[in-house]
Design a protein around this ligand. Structure first.
Ligand SMILES: Cc1ncc(COP(=O)(O)O)c(C=O)c1O
Length: 455
């Protein structure tokens, strides 16, 4: 047994974990440092980390490290553990399924869990029309497959993605992703027939939704042409790009144009889906009914699962054998997804996300009123961010955002940054976090911001 095993066996995760911020060493403590040294020696340098800790347990609203520090979790492992880490229903379902069978490959010997997840997704995603789904392992894989399906269904090749978009790290999804460093730099050449349109970014472009849509559609029509365009892919609320909420009317206008021109509209809900925004899917806030929806992250309580769901006639366009993968829709991941979906539907997580959003937006707006470095406060439900800027010019302040996030982690609160300009602090706690812990986490954020001199 290593020291890390000993620490892990001393505590289990899930909601029973003490819900407190507790620092018993500096971060990283000696046991975490031991793992980080091993990581540096054994793991490729390109795989970075935000919090310098060795996690041994997590649940409710905390992550516990190998030294016994308990950190408030405002990141959910990047929007994944929405039902909470080690949710009892997920743990039970995973254990039961693992003891029954771990893999047959759905393309070889199908099993019920996969079909039941597809049925649930067809029921839950926006749109009152016949739908079908296909399951994969990661968000990027879902996006790749959505594009494949749209191309096959339309017989066209071009795909439009937006400024500030993030769709993954595989070759096609790197091409769809906007930001060069760190996601694309040096990794080209990228997939062809990908075009970029300007996004609605109310804080920075000052445009109404219809104005921003007209700008985007003009670029699409002039630089691509509807006849060549298979799909438009968009995050209803952009994630890595900075939690950008488009202006009202932007998404419906893009959607109407796609429908009128036979272009498949793909909503990438990998980060915004599954209760995160106070609706089961963020599209619902905008009245958006996409042709295809990509999901992952929150779908399975932490197990790797992803999906493409959409109009049955589009989903069925790909020939037999054209979609799939050895592990796609793994039975354990499907069991976890069914348990998570049950929790989302019966434990009030959608409503809870909205409540958490009220708390976070209220606190951050109060902070903004006192501190002009908080240029913008935005988000929906438990997907909230602040954009830090130079108060005189509104120029992005990435150094300040990085310093605040680092200080928060040192003080026992896991906070993530994002944004094309690296100047956004994003808050996406597990929906299982308690009010007190959330307030304490936000107190630490406010104190960290106050402690940093203007960047
Ligand atoms: C909107 C969006 N799409 C796709 C992805 C890629 O998902 P994955 O990391 O599971 O490949 C992400 C990941 O952050 C995302 O936020």
């Amino acid at each position: 047994m290593t020291t890390l095993d000993t620490a892990a066996s001393a505590t289990t995760g899930g909601p029973a974990l003490a819900q407190e911020r507790r620092l018993v060493t500096a971060i990283p403590g000696p046991r975490s440092q031991e793992l980080l040294d091993r990581k540096a020696a054994a793991v490729a340098a390109g795989v970075g980390h935000t919090a310098p800790i060795a996690a041994v347990a997590a649940g409710g609203g905390v992550v516990v490290d190998a030294d016994g520090n308990s950190l408030i979790d405002l990141g959910s492992g990047i929007a994944v553990t929405s039902v909470g880490n080690a949710h009892p229903k997920v743990v039970e379902a995973v254990q039961r399924q693992a003891a029954s069978f771990t893999h047959t490959c759905f393309m070889v010997s199908p099993y019920e869990g996969y079909v039941a997840v597809a049925e649930a997704l067809n029921r839950l995603t926006p749109g009152d029309f016949p739908k079908k789904s296909a399951l994969f392992n990661s968000g990027a894989e879902a996006v790749e497959n959505a594009v494949k399906i749209a191309r096959k269904a339309t017989g066209r090749q071009a795909v439009v993605a937006f400024d500030h978009a993030y769709h993954g790290r595989t070759n096609l999804t790197m091409a769809l992703t906007a930001k060069s460093m760190p996601y694309k730099s040096g990794f080209g050449p990228f997939a062809s027939e990908v075009y970029r349109a300007p996004m609605s970014y109310p804080y920075r472009d000052g445009l109404t939704g219809p104005e921003a849509a007209a700008r985007a559609l003009s670029v699409i029509e002039k630089q691509v042409g509807a006849d060549n365009l298979a799909a438009v892919i968009i995050e209803p609320i952009q994630g890595e790009g900075g939690f950008i909420v488009p202006a009202e009317g932007f998404l419906p206008a893009i959607s109407e144009w796609c429908t009128a021109n036979g272009v498949v509209l793909i909503a990438d809900e990998v980060q915004s889906g599954f209760a995160r925004t106070g609706a089961m899917f963020a599209s619902e806030h905008f009245g958006l009914v996409p042709d295809l929806v990509t999901t992952a992250k929150g779908i399975a309580g932490g197990l790797p699962l992803a999906a493409v769901t959409g109009r049955a006639e589009i989903m069925d366009a790909a020939h037999v054998g054209g979609l799939g993968g050895t592990y796609g829709g793994n039975p354990i991941a499907c069991a976890a997804a069914l348990a998570s979906i049950d929790a989302f539907e019966t434990e009030g997580f959608v409503e809870r996300a909205a409540e958490l959003g009220e708390i976070m937006l209220g606190r951050m707006r109060a902070l903004q009123a006192e501190d002009p470095r908080v240029g913008d406060v935005r988000g929906l439900g438990a997907m909230v961010a602040i954009e830090l800027v130079d108060p005189a010019t509104q120029a992005p302040a990435p150094a300040l955002a990085g310093a605040v996030a680092k200080r928060c982690i040192a003080e026992g609160v896991v906070v993530l940054t994002c944004g094309t300009y690296g100047n956004v602090l994003r808050f996406l706690p597990p929906l299982s976090i308690g009010d007190d812990l959330l307030h304490e986490g936000l107190d630490v954020v406010a104190a960290a911001l106050a402690a940093e001199v203007a960047a």
